[in-house]
Design a binder for this molecule. Sequence first.
Ligand code: HEC
Length: 160
Amino acid sequence: MQRSQRNTLLAIIVLSGLALSPLAISHYDDKEPAQSYRQSWFAMMAANFGPMAAMVKGDIPWEENQMAAYADQLAALVTLDVMRGFADGSDKGTTRAKPEIWENKADFKAKMDDLTTAVNALQAVANQGTDRKAIAEGVGATGKACKACHDDYKSKDYLY
Ligand code: HEC
């Protein structure tokens, strides 16, 4: 076998190994577009909220500009229609979304609206920049909105 062929074969083996790994769950699966849509949205929420919470806890240095920038990203994300990702029939597949969401859509939507309210308030206070106590409270209130919904509607494990 030619060296280049062998390298190609090796690359294929490595890549297919990754694809089969249970850790490598795709964020976009064209057979599950609604599930992928909502999970990608939550991943972006967490990627912005995570460092904000870490700054409040003192795990990373508090940077006012960064705090405001993350809050702006969260505020941009909550303008997207994430409920589209919870369309009827998308209560299955690779998901941690509990079936109760589709039984209690109004309550679920209200919890999503609570998140929007908390994020918009956090954006306002984070952009003033100076009152760290108020910003920390805003981060706490946002985290509570995440948790309130996860407690009722997000399973710890993939369901199906
Ligand atoms: C109104 C309900 C609700 C709110 C509010 C909410 N979540 Fe979630 N979250 C869910 C559900 C349901 C899932 C499971 C989605 C799935 O697996 O299809 C989820 C999944 C996630 C995931 C896993 C995404 C993945 O890769 O599969 C992360 C991370 C996450 N949420 C973070 C957050 C953060 C951070 C907040 C607050 C800033 C938040 N969520 C607010 C309901 C909510």
